[in-house]
Design a binder for this molecule. Sequence first.
Ligand code: GDP
Length: 195
Amino acid sequence: SWSSSDSVISADSAGEAAEPGSPYRVVLLGASGVGKTAFASIFAGAADSMDSDDCELCGDEMCENMIEVDGEPASVTLLDTWDYDSEWPQECYMQTGDAFLLLYSITDRASFLRASELRITLRRFRPAQHTPIILVGNKCDLVRRREVSVSEGRACAAVFDCKFIETSAAMEHNVWEAFHGIVRQLRLRRDSKEA
Ligand code: GDP
């Protein structure tokens, strides 16, 4: 389980993960240009329809928001990893996150390979089973530029023992399904721990 000594970056929120009602920390991982910022802005934008105070932007990389999943509110802090070329910041987030959206672009095979590398690194940092992870193939609107097929994405997710979804942040297609999916996985894990 998670302890404050594991924390490298978010010292102020360290150690709170196990407390009931504390926000789930969901981390966006992936190569440069895959759509992490686009995901984060859709997530942050959800606060517009509610009270704008609901979304606390803490720098550009972090947004806390209350979202409703299956009729039940969930508090989620979304962390966008900003430095994709250097290895250590994403590893930092790997230790503080409760769950991970592992993004690649279906138009960029290199980003698909990068997602595999990140999955392997993640396994090293989070050896415990059942860390909620969804492999996300973004930019599915760009059909003619597709370099990674749906079946390749699905097969990769099966190998890596995680869920899979294709999304388009540009069309806002399946983005909320991805956020809701990760909350469902977090709840399942929480419920199995309580049982
Ligand atoms: P990041 O580097 O992972 O944060 O990627 P960004 O969110 O900055 O996206 C990189 C570029 O891809 C930007 O020009 C986005 O507008 C574009 N983009 C992101 N998601 C999509 C998508 O689903 N479809 C299309 N067509 N473009 C996208």
